[in-house]
Design a protein around this ligand. Structure first.
Ligand code: GLC
Length: 748
């Protein structure tokens, strides 16, 4: 038996044995990723060459037929597919690969961003931005674990998640895919997701994760996806690098560079990013996969390569290992090697990295998934329960003038209306259409929790915010006058199968962040009825709702709350669940306030705006409950010296002074009083979810160590400078919500 086929042989030996058996074409074939054959076949009828340039989600290969992709697979010219959305197709393509000369199995990659939601009949959990509002790292890990199980049940081995970018601009349509604006929270959630997805990457329960997008695309020049990022190395290393470094330290298997250029160099041909930092400084030992046609864009967009071939050369030389995606890669790269432009040794490096992952995933021994068992895992009751639990913990109560929770016995007539009141859009971006019976809308949830003799009136505003009907707005306004309470479910539209109708999501960026269409008018007209009105938001970016915020009695920010979102929202509206979530991203008053984030530098608002507030509408870390919490007795003990030895023990008492049990997300921030380089007015350094019975209280403890105090010195090395540090602990990032104390790091 050849060594590479021997499951008991060390992986490194299997890799070397297989590598030396491969032709150049078979080697480059491993670095070649294509879109799935059914994806291709579907688009053949609906796309043309002109659609390709700006499309980052759908593709065809001009001049090719679906059968070509199958033939290339049999010839060992394909190493991976993405956007294969059924187990049947995955197994079929795998059979073709196993017929190749060396029978090297394929890697199937998919954007499983919140469950394997991009495929039908899978559990759809809340999106990342909402999940981060739970501040529940264990929950993120559990969701990732369950997602891995559902992926492997479909013979999928690799998700292009977590998106560990730090979101800084609400105009950007992909905020919802990130874990928010704070580096520390993004880091914690990202690492937990990598760990949940990958386990030890040594079993059939594991899938590869992908830390993306590397780097800077979440602070786009004009808020649009892929536009230039231009920032100092200090900003990069302080705010945008740490989540990626932590993912690498957690063993993330792959990294995906960002569409954008960074400081004049496209990320896809950026050696500093893909090799010097990732591998040289951090020791990354996985592989780098390009984003969608972005190597070609080094030539046809960024203009730093005169030919596609030179773009390939630049990217591979800079550290790229796998090409997403297209038919020209294999022949072009083989020619670059034959012409001596790229060494075969460099190709071998990439092939080793890719083969190592295939062996670690056990694909040579288990190349297929069992179609008879696939639905035993997918959508199982345990996963549905987790999706519901996650939705409950992700929904933020932003305003409540006493209307909520509703007393089902006392609301005889309820109006439900709004574009997101009864639509699968509640699942959020990166979702395939799911069976209607598996998606609980807000209307479904309200109907199930309203009392039996209550009348739930529904006025359908359609799903499309751009094409709302004024007559239906008027009809809702009339119905509102009859209701005891009005629920308007507004927000953004994210469904990919109506790609151009979306208002939020990938490549769906805006120059404003207000409610699209007649939504403001709808909310105002309903609220003008004089009956109490609740605004529920389903959205993937912070929305500038200042025009209506003061006109409604309550605001519930539900984000993209997944297939159980409607139930969780209704449970919160009717008080079955006490909301606990806190904002993972600032909600500004308007687009004019951008960029708006809590960990700003001291001079950011030295001169406040005139004619408009400077504070955000709702700040990072903010969220209400149906009970009240009181913080007292913040104490610090211990010390940290200038060598970074020691620790500060932080303790605070949190009491539940209300009448309902609840969970409080206690947040710990620091402020370095004086530093060689400017530092933010506060920085989140720890948090804890604290369960508190009504009337109960707990002493909550944190430990501050030097790494949590450190900044980067002039050489970007971490340093703890002597001097005073303020510790702030409380219920949000607002100063008025924080208890403060102080300690000093003594000079040597
Ligand atoms: C897109 C996205 C990336 C995704 C990839 C595959 O362009 O930028 O996040 O993983 O294509 O869908």
């Amino acid at each position: 038996m050849e060594i590479y086929k021997n499951p008991t042989a060390p992986i490194a030996s299997r890799v070397e044995d297989l590598l030396q058996r491969m032709t150049l074409e078979e080697k480059v074939g491993q670095t070649n990723q294509l879109v799935g054959v059914e994806h291709f076949r579907h688009n053949l009828g609906v796309m043309n060459a002109g659609d390709l340039f700006r499309n980052t989600a759908q593709a065809i290969y001009v001049g090719c037929e679906p059968e070509d992709l199958e033939a290339w697979t049999q010839q060992g010219r394909v190493g991976s597919f993405l956007h294969v959305n059924t187990i049947e197709e995955a197994n079929r393509l795998q059979h073709l690969a196993m017929q190749s000369r060396l029978a090297v199995p394929l890697l199937f990659g998919i954007d499983a961003i919140h469950g394997n939601a991009y495929c039908r009949d899978n559990t759809v959990y809340p999106g990342n931005l909402g999940l981060a509002c739970s501040f529940n790292v264990e929950l993120a890990r559990r969701i990732a674990r369950q997602t891995a199980a559902e992926m492997r049940a479909m013979n999928m081995h690799w998700t292009f998640n977590p998106n560990v970018e730090v979101a800084r601009d609400a105009r950007w349509g992909r905020c919802g895919e990130t874990y928010g604006e704070d580096c520390y929270l993004v880091t914690r959630m990202g690492v937990a997701t990598v760990e949940g997805l990958q386990g030890k990457l040594d079993s059939e329960a594991d899938v590869m994760a992908c830390a993306k997008h590397w780097v800077g695309g979440s602070l786009p020049e004009n808020g649009t996806n892929g536009s230039p990022a231009d920032m100092s190395e200090r900003t990069l290393r302080t705010t945008f690098f740490p989540p990626f470094k932590a993912a690498v330290d957690a063993g993330v298997a792959t990294v995906m560079p960002s569409h954008n250029e960074l400081n004049g160099v496209p990320c896809h041909s950026n050696r500093w990013l893909m090799t010097d930092v990732l591998r040289g400084e951090w020791g990354f030992d996985g592989f780098v996969v390009s984003d969608w046609m972005d190597i070609e864009h080094v030539h046809d967009l960024h203009g730093t390569a005169e030919t596609v071939e030179d773009a390939y050369r630049q990217s591979i030389t800079a550290g790229m290992d796998m090409h997403m995606h297209g038919p020209g890669w294999v022949d072009a790269v083989c020619q670059l090697v034959r012409d001596g432009v790229i060494s075969e040794e460099r190709i071998d490096e990439s092939v080793r990295r890719i083969l190592t992952m295939k062996f670690r995933l056990g694909l040579f021994e288990h190349p297929y998934a069992d179609e008879a068992k696939t639905m035993q895992v997918r959508l199982c009751q345990e996963h549905r329960r987790t999706a519901l639990e996650a939705a409950r913990q992700s929904i933020v109560l932003l305003k409540n003038s006493g209307l909520l929770p509703l007393d089902a016995k006392r609301v005889g007539k309820i109006l439900v209306t709004g574009i997101n009141a009864n639509d699968e859009n509640i699942m959020g971006d990166w979702s395939a259409q799911q069976r209607a019976e598996n998606v609980i809308t807000v209307l479904d949830g309200v109907r199930s929790l309203a009392s039996e003799d209550a009348e739930v009136m529904y006025v359908d505003q359609g799903w499309d915010p751009r094409n709302m009907n004024p007559a239906m707005v008027e009809r809702a306004a009339q119905a509102a006058r009859e209701a005891d309470v009005n629920i308007v479910v507004a927000g953004e539209y994210m469904m990919r199968w109506r790609w151009h109708d979306r208002t939020c999501g990938e490549d769906t960026d805006r120059s404003d962040i207000d409610l699209v269409g007649l939504q403001n008018e709808l909310i105002e007209r309903v609220a003008a009825s004089g009956k109490p009105t609740v605004l529920v938001l389903i959205n993937g970016r912070p929305l500038g709702i200042e025009r209506v915020a003061g006109k409604v009695s309550a605001i519930v920010e539900a984000w993209e709350s997944g297939m159980c979102g409607g139930q969780a929202i209704a449970e919160i509206l009717f008080g079955k669940v006490n909301p606990s979530a806190k904002l993972s991203i600032t909600i500004p008053h308007s687009v004019g306030q951008l960029r708006s984030y809590y960990d700003h530098k001291p001079s950011m608002y030295f001169h406040p705006y005139v004619c408009a507030p400077s504070e955000p509408l709702f700040p990072f870390g903010y969220g209400l409950s149906y009970t009240q919490y009181a913080y007292s007795n913040l104490s610090l003990s211990g010390e940290i010296d200038a060598d970074g030895n020691g620790q500060i023990d932080v303790a605070v008492t949190v009491a539940n002074t209300g009448k309902r049990d609840g969970v409080e997300i206690v947040q710990l921030y620091i402020r370095d009083e004086y530093s060689t380089f400017t530092r933010p007015v506060k920085e989140l350094k720890d948090f804890a979810r604290v369960e508190l019975k009504a009337g109960g209280k707990k002493r909550v403890h944190f430990i501050l160590t030097a790494d949590k105090l450190a900044m980067l010195d002039g050489n970007f090395a971490p340093v703890v400078e002597p001097g005073g540090f303020v510790v702030m602990v409380g219920s949000s990032s607002r100063d008025c919500d924080l208890l403060k104390s102080r300690f000093v790091v003594k000079k040597k």
